[in-house]
Design a protein around this ligand. Sequence first.
Ligand code: ATP
Ligand code: MG
Length: 449
Amino acid sequence: MLKFNISIPDGALLVLTRLEEKGHEAYVVGGCVRDSLMGKTPEDWDVTTSASPQEIIDVFKGEQVILTGLKHGTVTVRLKSKNYEITSFRSEGEYLDSRHPSSVSFVKDIKEDLKRRDFTINAMAYSPKRGLIDLYEGVLDIERGIIRAVGCAKERFEEDALRILRGVRFVSVTGFEIEENTLKAMNERATFLKKISAERVFVELDKLLVGEFVFKALTIAPQVIFEVIPELKKCYNFNQHSKWHSLDVYNHIARAVSSIKPKQELRWCMLFHDVAKPDKFFLDENGEGHFYGHADLSEKVAYGILKRLKASNKLIENVCFLVKNHDKPFPQNDLKFKLRLAEIGEKNALDLVDVKYADNMAQGTIKSSEERQNIAKLESKIKEVIKTCDCINIKQLKVDGNDVVAYGFKGRQVGDVLQKLFVDVLAGNIKNEREKLLKSIEKRAKTRL
Ligand code: ATP
Ligand code: MG
């Protein structure tokens, strides 16, 4: 039996108490109840109440109240430096377009509100005064480890197709199985996901990718993934004919995603690092497969997908850099190695090491396990250079542009001189000491070098 332990933070408790004091029913609901029952600490505590939006506003008069969600019946109240979303019990009218209900009506019965929620594990409400309201065996499904739609799965996915992707996202986060009918309906209705806005799809994919059970999520219903990222479809069952790889491209990708730490840009990078492999495939005379140039093309494909999904420019830039460079070696020569490190920076260099490990771990062959030592060597070399070099970034030089200008250099010459000084320091020809660097600038000024 599941340990029943919902410990509500003070702010959320205050929200419930204030509403109940004015004669309204109020519960915490959805994700926070699910997470509490699963022994996780919820991030947000959402509240559902019999009070109408206007009544909620009246109850919290004098507090900071945000009204942006009002047309859906949501009022956000800031209490004890946290925001709480309080939504009136509502039921939804017909869905005519697989994404928006044609109408929303406020109701007085919690049962109606729970009925419109997506999965049984998300359709529970709790209040210390009224106990747990679990009309759809959500507790049982948590115990059994099952994701099941509330009511008729097919209809629920037709109403709002995003629920299909949310179901896969919950697999990634919980590791649960999808109940048979629910899974069948997901696959049958996957094409409806085309109607969902890029922003909503991105939010769910982003959460899906950082889940602990992401391999299971990416492989449990691949059609659902291909519906939102059709570019991955070609990778499915694509035999690599390679002594480096034991898996087809799609399974290798899914393994690689789950082999890297759950950081947003790293997970997105692994999802796309080999996306263009099928386009670059060629078989040599020995029957060995090659994919020359796949990283550059994968970067272009990744860029297109992330733009389409309306990802932030920062994420796009980071992911594209990692995808493009995932299989590029670092230079062997010491100076060139340091210059490369200086060019890309410490964070990118260490992220690339993580990417190379994850890629390698997902290959699963003897050849690839031998290669792992080389990644370990690369990692130590990067760390060693960062530790021992007091100047791995041009900004760390003990002189700057003003010093160069003071010796009569102008315009582009200033940057050129600084770059040359920097290379001299990296190569160990000169110490990163102000006096020595100024002397060197003086000498260059005399000889115009
Ligand atoms: P998370 O922990 O990521 O916030 P969550 O379950 O709380 O997960 P939210 O998007 O915050 O997800 O939604 C809160 C609740 O609202 C859900 O638990 C569910 O009850 C309901 N819900 C959200 N989106 C939908 C939807 N598309 N269809 C039906 N119910 C939904
Ligand atoms: Mg939530």
